[in-house]
Design a protein around this ligand. Sequence first.
Ligand SMILES: NC(=O)C1=CN([C@@H]2O[C@H](COP(=O)(O)OP(=O)(O)OC[C@H]3O[C@@H](n4cnc5c(N)ncnc54)[C@H](OP(=O)(O)O)[C@@H]3O)[C@@H](O)[C@H]2O)C=CC1
Ligand SMILES: CCCCCCCCCCCCCCCC(=O)[C@@H](N)CO
Length: 311
Amino acid sequence: MFFSSKWNPEGLHCYITGGSTGLGLSLAILLTQKGAHVSIVARNQEKLDTALTRLEEVRKSSEQILKAYSFSLNTAKDSAAALEAVCAPHNGQSPDAIFACAGASKPMFFVEMEEQDMTDGMTSGYWVQAWTAFAAAKQMARQQRKGKIVFVSSTLGYMSFLGWSSYSPAKHALRGLTDTLQSELMLYGIDVHCFFPPTMFTPGYDVENETKPKIVREIESTDDGLTADQAALALFRGVECGQVHITGDLITTLFRSSTRGASPRNNWIMDGLYDFAAYIATPIWRMSVDSKVVAHREEHREYLRQKGFFG
Ligand SMILES: NC(=O)C1=CN([C@@H]2O[C@H](COP(=O)(O)OP(=O)(O)OC[C@H]3O[C@@H](n4cnc5c(N)ncnc54)[C@H](OP(=O)(O)O)[C@@H]3O)[C@@H](O)[C@H]2O)C=CC1
Ligand SMILES: CCCCCCCCCCCCCCCC(=O)[C@@H](N)CO
């Protein structure tokens, strides 16, 4: 891996789930500009149409096949159907690279959640990506075609704090799936990567802010955030260089390095230095978060009382 040339998407078929807005759209634009055949899948047809228009505007050659399809990716069956549709204009051949960007979050206090909030969190944080990989890996292995599968986790796939109980476990699970498949899919020459973005200013971010408790926002404010374009570029660069765990900002890089376990490293020297920096910085940050949470107790009790939580 050290001396191999960079991955180049030109002329390759890239399938992007969640390609109609946010990170997925920025990535679709980037890959189209680089000359890839791009297929995007999401649910809302109108947003898909707008996204496809944007892709058409940046195509590099008239040969590129640019397509958009409406599917929900919440189940194995629908994800397999989406993959089949995406492959149809390519003689049924599996895509060369799959970018599973689809996902959503609904930050809330744990004690306020319904059962449905917890199960939805796992669906829109984990299954929505896992089922695509499930369908794609089988297809690639059957067709004996090499390729790439890229997941999108989050900083919250490495660490967590209050408010994220329906989402962070799903993003941690994607890390587990990445590390498993990175090993297992070597059997078929399939590379597996996972991107761990920090806050990204996307339509999805605006939606999550509707339910996000104030104190969660406050704790997150240490993170400057990235635009969708910046994040897409970081993801692309990581894939280009063959990194398995990809991070595009300092904070997440600190958590990546300090929680790396047996995951492949990106840079043996730098990851060690980041690990050491995190060894010092994380407990200090942790203490500040804990004290903010404790200081919030009274206000929180009052908030719950007003919402009738105590009956
Ligand atoms: N924004 C942030 O701060 C961060 C986001 N992330 C993760 O990055 C990824 C992209 O996020 P972001 O760009 O903000 O999200 P957006 O909400 O802006 O875009 C999400 C995309 O996924 C599609 N999508 C969502 N759910 C489904 C589904 N069940 N089936 C099919 N398509 C679906 C959406 O279209 P439609 O709704 O029409 O289906 C849309 O195209 C997500 O996995 C998210 O969890 C990680 C860290 C930070
Ligand atoms: C090592 C010492 C430094 C510690 C600083 C830590 C700052 C915490 C930043 C938390 C950022 C959370 C991003 C959430 C992104 C996400 O996934 C949601 N927006 C859902 O979409």
